[in-house]
Design a protein around this ligand. Structure first.
Ligand code: SF4
Length: 331
């Protein structure tokens, strides 16, 4: 399959602290190598502080890439995202869009829904008349199940699910190819989440979009994504087709995340391995395997040597753990 975005050794570092002696570099994303296939629904999971939002922002050029490479390739178009600037960056902004996290905070209360959705077209100069803008707004609004009456109202008149549909229409109005959805259903009730997820899947198929779906919630990812990558402290620790990952996770961190999903099977309860403690601060990272401070299987080697992603048994399944092979054998 075609790859739309390919990252190699990608890092994003922020300078924190002031003065000559207090400066520190916080590596929010560290040495990430990953491929996102065209037309896929790619899930990125991890706890807050894992770097997943920063990785999504790096692919949107919303934060500077400070190391490694990322390439966007679509037909004739090929952009180096670490270097992209000027007219190429302007073109990329149309192609890559973000659906915001919080539909309550993201929409201006003083603008009508029509104006909220139309704004990116006007800012990017993508239409040449008000009539053309209106036509495009109506077209994308209808795909997001918003009618003409909705377009005349202000966002406060809408429920959470409807507001999220307004955010989605706004993100898609410029006809992007790549969309980052960052915790796009986290603020919604579970029953509404399913509606929004179904809409995203429908839009992906109809419009041929590639999605990067960022979530802390593995059960949401399971129902939506084709491929999942798990992040911990800025690193990818495991990546696999969704089904493979759900049937045979190999990294102790991924297994612990799965254990946190409540099981419907009564025989399953109580056997789950709990994820103890907090994710360490990115400014004070553990040596070796970054997960060793919380991993029940850590040995001395884990404290000194950082594991790299290696191919596991199934196609597209990769894991970064020194002990994944031994841990597959039941005790
Ligand atoms: Fe645990 Fe060691 Fe594997 Fe890290 S490398 S996940 S500490 S067993």
């Amino acid at each position: 399959n075609d790859v739309l975005i390919r990252a190699e050794g990608l890092s994003v570092g922020f300078q924190i602290g002031k003065g000559l002696f207090n400066k520190q570099i916080l590596k929010a994303v560290d040495n990430v190598t990953v491929e996102i296939e065209k037309g896929s629904f790619f899930g990125l999971v991890g706890e807050s502080g894992s770097g997943k939002t920063t990785l999504g922002r790096a692919f949107l050029k919303a934060v500077p890439i400070t190391g490694g490479h990322a390439r966007y390739e679509d037909g004739e178009v090929s952009y180096d995202l670490a270097e992209i600037a000027g007219p190429e960056l302007k073109d990329y902004r149309k192609r890559a869009q973000l659906i915001f996290q919080d539909p309550y905070a993201a929409l201006s209360p003083r603008m009508t829904v029509r104006d909220i959705i139309a704004e990116p077209l006007e800012v990017m100069g993508l239409t040449s008349s008000r009539a053309e803008t209106d036509e495009r707004v109506r077209e994308i609004a209808a795909k997001c199940r918003l009618n003409l009456e909705h377009l005349r109202r202000f966002p406060h008149a809408f429920s959470g699910g409807q507001r999220q549909r307004i955010s989605i229409a706004r993100a898609l109005v410029s006809d992007p190819k790549f969309v980052v959805a960052d915790e796009s259903v986290a603020a919604l009730d579970v029953s509404i989440q399913a509606d929004v997820l179904n809409l995203l899947k429908e839009l992906q198929r109809d419009l041929g979009l590639t999605f990067m779906f960022i979530s802390h919630d593995l059960s949401v990812v399971a129902h939506t994504c084709d491929h999942v990558a798990v992040m911990y402290l800025g690193r990818l620790v495991e990546t696999a087709p969704t089904r493979t990952l759900f049937e045979g996770a190999k990294h102790p961190y991924t297994k612990a995340l799965f254990s946190a999903i409540p099981s419907l099977d009564p025989d399953d309860r109580g056997t789950a391995q709990k994820l103890e403690g907090e994710i360490p601060s990115p400014t004070n990272q553990p040596s070796g395997c970054k997960f060793h401070t919380r991993c029940p299987y850590a040995v001395d080697r884990c404290k000194s040597e950082e594991p790299v992603l290696e191919h596991a048994d199934a196609a597209g399944h990769e894991v970064a753990c020194h002990r994944w092979r031994e841990l597959m054998v039941p005790a």
